[in-house]
Design a protein. Structure first.
Length: 218
């Protein structure tokens, strides 16, 4: 379960490309955050003291520093462990679930270039899932057409939805997103506890790919 810490912190880049941080409208608040740097508990208590955070058992909402976007943030689950066990559950249908492997236009283009295949041979167009406009074709037994010997044959250009599994990025509106996960995956609960930078890398990948997709569609 995901609990939100709603810190209204905005990050942007000014004309000189230097990173700035704003909490509310007060420079005193910025200095207060700086004094708490490196200590999450102190920072959370500080944000509570200025009325920017509600009590919650989660850590912090993360803010996109590297993208230059205004106000983009995401929430992530606390204390989750994950390690891929190569079960290939995510690569096709199961007895309990019919899986849609959705593709952006740019992802289909990448796969086509990598495999020298026309997109129509491995994907079919769909509607109602924008910005995703394709779904991956599957074999007669419901597996992705690129699953070979229980391994992905296009691993280096696999779609975002495959990269994220067992996590899903939900759009909460107002430039806010949240990572959720499914217990369907056999790797949940295994391995080391995931840290913030794990989700930051995912989120950065999401932002970069969506930008690239917009350019490809224009």
């Amino acid at each position: 379960m995901i609990y939100a810490v709603k810190a209204e912190v905005k990050i942007w880049l000014n004309k000189t490309r230097k990173r700035k941080l704003q909490v509310g409208n007060s420079t005193d608040n910025l200095e207060g955050l700086r004094r708490c740097r490196g200590n999450r508990e102190k920072r959370l208590n500080f944000l509570k003291s200025i009325g920017k955070v509600k009590n919650s058992p989660l850590s912090f909402v993360c803010f996109v520093r590297q993208s230059g976007e205004i106000g983009l943030s995401f929430e992530y689950p606390k204390h989750v462990r994950f390690r891929c066990v190569r079960c290939a559950t995510c690569c096709g249908d199961t007895k309990d679930k019919i899986r849609l492997i959705l593709l952006l236009k740019i992802e289909a283009d990448h796969i086509s270039k990598s495999t020298s295949m026309d997109s129509g041979k491995f994907a079919e167009k769909i509607k109602g899932f924008e910005p995703y406009i394709y779904q991956m074709r599957k074999t007669e037994d419901g597996k992705c057409v690129f699953l070979k010997d229980n391994s992905c044959s296009i691993y280096h250009v696999r779609p975002l939805i495959c990269r994220f599994y067992p996590f899903q990025l939900k759009n909460l509106g107002n430039n806010r997103y949240a990572f959720a996960y499914t217990d369907e995956c056999q790797g949940i609960g295994k391995g080391s506890k995931l840290k913030r930078n794990f989700f930051e890398r995912f989120f950065s990948k999401f932002i970069g790919l969506m930008r690239e997709n917009v350019r490809a569609e224009s």
